[in-house]
Design a protein around this ligand. Structure first.
Ligand SMILES: *Cc1c(COP(=O)(O)O)cnc(C)c1O
Length: 732
């Protein structure tokens, strides 16, 4: 929409004074802050930032906390000083228009969903750094899923847990040890309110167990058009211990875990029911929420008088299950006693025996030695199941083939829908402005379509490079600010702080590596041959520099060891200022990194990375992926749109795989990445490199967008599950 389309009633002086009272202005800002729609609209983010740039940063980019520091009068004065009236007004109008907009993709392609929404369950949602209810990739994926569902107009609501302390904040001490700090969120600073039921009262759900009932309150958060309901056990009536149940992500032992999953699944379905919603489709994102299917079965038995078997069939027909874990040990499993304690009362109302219930979570129903697996339950109670990349589909069919022992492996009914990322959330606005100039009008509503992105082949290479270079400089400023602050906090010398303030050089090839520090991701693969690495870093003509970030799970000592090993490299003088570790990886750190790096490095042990999404965020901003052919990259790499480490093989012996992959990694950096980056023409531009940037954007951005992903879910899963025309998901 162009500026002139908007007839602002505040453009003449008369009505401005009358209609935009300080309170009115303040209310509009609060309305903007209370729908997370703002988090993917740079023009609104800039508005908030300009109100007070320093506090904005200090408050984790939280507009509600920021506005709480203003009175309406002070806000008005600030708006007057910066001439913000029309921008506030325009942003408010855009939000209203967005919420009212009817002609969406879904109206045309998923009309059958009608008034029976998809209910999307996930244990975490990563929407913005100011809403700390996520830990990493799974949460960010869920956040991106609901943002795209909003954009496409899919009738969908989401269910998760409200973690008052979220995931930990990471600090490293002077020896490189990770310390974890949990910060209590202030509810009044979050964009949530109590959800109310059909009777207009606050919803409290009650979940019976053999050892007493668990209560949970329901919060509501708006993410564009999507209602995200979050269950919270911190309520009167729960024991002090149970009040803490949902305070942290992935915190406790297996008993805490099953209780959290009981609240998410069973509590989630009860919450939806209390809101008067009749789901058309249940989407269980990962096994954490599989208990939802059991509560849904009970609902069908109650409401429609169906016998158990028929109710199971009906719920399965409506259900979609997505698995994310290629490692057998990574799937939640509970022993028989924990299941009986927590599912006993529900099983009574289903009229089934303990053995029957256990059988639903076992590959071999009568194998008493087999624990109850949440993934098995999810697979058995959903007609449609999918993995999150093509390769992960193969791995998952192999892993679960015994559930369909009468089928050959390739007929195991687990397909795949490859993950994608929400373009507006991860695209730098400088890059967006470049795209706005060359892409068709309103391309934002069609970002999952290949035609839109073909225009990138017409971009002026110099302009693309300039934009990337500007973003890289912003990244380096961010890293310097962070690392010098880290040094100061640890009480290091002035010289060290000074050095941190000057690390990295914008003209040097910059490699980013940021992810959870799980050992299979091999953050130290690049250090396998330190001399070879030193030679690259210290090369006088064609050096490299590396930025690391990532948290290790609090219980993962080997992961913490890797962090220490990398963080302590900064004491090695030969690396002077060329390797940095940025603490406290979160959505904010991720956004800076993926918008500014030249190369994004990803070297997991194949095939353990189900998909990975950070590299997809890099694509949007013109960075190049250099990755093992695992997860999404195995299907994305075409020889011209980035770099591959190895040829997609792995050996059954991990040491041999590690050695081979390290060799391939060094070779691709030395022989392909570095030479291409420093191959400059007389105009100083690396034309072959820029060509790859363009190939990467043109061939990958649409395919690995969450718009494409959600359209695939809608067409292949939601519409058929809701009883529309089926186009079954094919994995061949
Ligand atoms: C995108 C993102 C991830 C997922 O990236 P991977 O490629 O799976 O490592 C993890 N954490 C944060 C904070 C992210 O933004």
């Amino acid at each position: 929409m162009s500026q002139t389309d908007i007839a602002s009633p505040f453009s003449s002086s008369g009505p401005r004074l009358m209609e935009l009272s300080p309170q009115n202005l303040y209310d509009k800002c609060v309305a903007l802050a209370r729908n997370l729609w703002w988090s993917w609209h740079p023009e609104v983010i800039n508005l908030f930032r300009e109100l007070d740039p320093i506090r904005w940063r200090q408050l984790d980019h939280n507009p509600i906390a920021l506005l709480a520091e203003f009175t309406p009068e002070r806000l008005e004065a600030r708006a007057a000083e910066l001439v913000l009236y029309s921008r506030i007004n325009q942003a408010y109008r855009l939000l209203k228009e967005y919420l009212a907009h009817q002609a969406t993709w879904s109206k045309v392609h998923a009309g059958v969903l009608g008034s029976n929404p998809v209910v999307y369950f996930s244990a975490e949602f990563g929407i913005h750094e100011s809403v700390p209810i996520y830990s990493g990739g799974l949460g960010v994926l869920s956040g991106d899923h609901i943002k795209s569902a909003s954009g496409l107009g899919i009738p969908l609501m989401a269910v998760g847990l409200f973690y008052k302390q979220g995931y930990f904040k990471q600090q490293l001490d002077i020896d490189g040890y990770q310390h974890e700090e949990y910060i209590l969120s202030r509810v009044e600073n979050l964009p949530i309110e109590s959800a109310v039921g059909a009777d207009g009262k606050e919803i409290i759900v009650r979940i019976e167990t053999r050892t007493g009932a668990l209560l949970a309150k329901v919060w509501k958060m708006m993410v564009g058009r999507i209602n995200l309901s979050l269950l919270d056990c911190d309520v009167d009536g729960n024991s002090p211990e149970d009040r803490e149940l949902t305070s942290r992500l992935y915190g406790g032992d297996t008993r805490v875990r099953i209780r959290q999953e009981l609240v998410l699944g069973v509590g989630g379905v009860k919450a939806i029911r209390a809101m008067g919603i009749h789901p058309g489709v249940y989407h269980l994102n990962e096994g954490h929420s599989s208990f939802a299917a059991l509560e849904a079965v009970r609902g069908r038995m109650d409401e429609d008088g169906l016998p158990f078997d028929d109710a199971v069939r009906e719920v399965a027909r409506q259900s979609v299950f997505t698995t994310h874990t290629p490692v057998p040990a990574g799937h939640d499993r509970f022993d028989s006693a924990l299941i009986e304690e927590h599912l006993g009362p529900l099983r009574d109302s289903l009229g089934i025996s303990h053995d029957q219930l256990m059988g639903l979570g076992r590959v071999e129903p009568h194998n008493h030695g087999e624990p109850f697996c949440m993934t098995v339950l999810g697979l058995k109670l959903s007609r449609r199941a999918n993995a999150v990349s093509a390769l992960h589909g193969h791995v998952s069919r192999r892993m679960w083939k015994n559930l369909w022992s009468w089928k050959v492996e390739e007929d195991v009914p687990i397909g795949h829908i490859t993950n994608g990322v929400h373009v507006p959330s991860w695209l730098a606005w400088q890059m967006q402005q470049l795209y706005d100039r060359i892409f068709p009008d309103k391309w934002f509503s069609r970002m999952g379509e290949p035609e839109i992105w073909q225009k990138i082949y017409e971009v002026d290479p110099g302009e693309l490079w300039e934009t990337h270079y500007a973003l890289k400089n912003l990244l380096l400023q961010f890293v310097r600010r962070r690392t010098s602050r880290q040094c100061r906090r640890r009480g290091e010398s002035d010289a060290a702080v000074d050095m941190a303030r000057n690390v990295l050089d914008p003209n040097i090839l910059t490699i980013g590596f940021a992810r959870r520090f799980a050992t299979y991701k091999r953050a130290d693969l690049l250090l396998s041959d330190l001399d070879r690495l030193l030679a690259m870093i210290g090369d006088p003509d064609r050096p490299i520099q590396i930025i690391f970030a990532g948290k290790a799970h609090p219980a993962d000592d080997p992961g913490k060891g890797l962090i220490r090993k990398i963080a302590n490299l900064r004491h090695d003088e030969r690396l002077a200022g060329r390797i940095v570790f940025v603490e406290d990886y979160d959505i904010n750190v991720c956004r800076h990194l993926i918008q500014g790096v030249d190369v994004w490095l990803n070297n997991p042990r194949r095939p353990l990375e189900a998909s990975g999404t950070s590299g997809q965020k890099v694509v949007l901003n013109g960075g190049l992926n250099c990755s093992i052919l695992d997860g999404w990259w195995a299907e994305a790499y075409d020889g011209q749109n980035g770099f591959a480490i190895g040829s997609g093989q792995s050996h059954s012996n991990d040491d041999i795989t590690n050695a081979r992959d390290a060799e391939s990694l060094y070779r691709v950096l030395e022989e392909e990445v570095v030479p291409l980056f420093y191959d400059r023409d007389s105009d100083g531009l690396p034309h072959q490199w820029i060509r790859r940037m363009i190939n990467s954007i043109g061939s990958l951005a649409w395919r690995f967008s969450s718009h494409r992903m959600v359209m695939d879910y809608a067409r292949n899963c939601y519409v058929p599950a809701a009883g529309g025309v089926s186009c079954d998901m094919s994995h061949r």
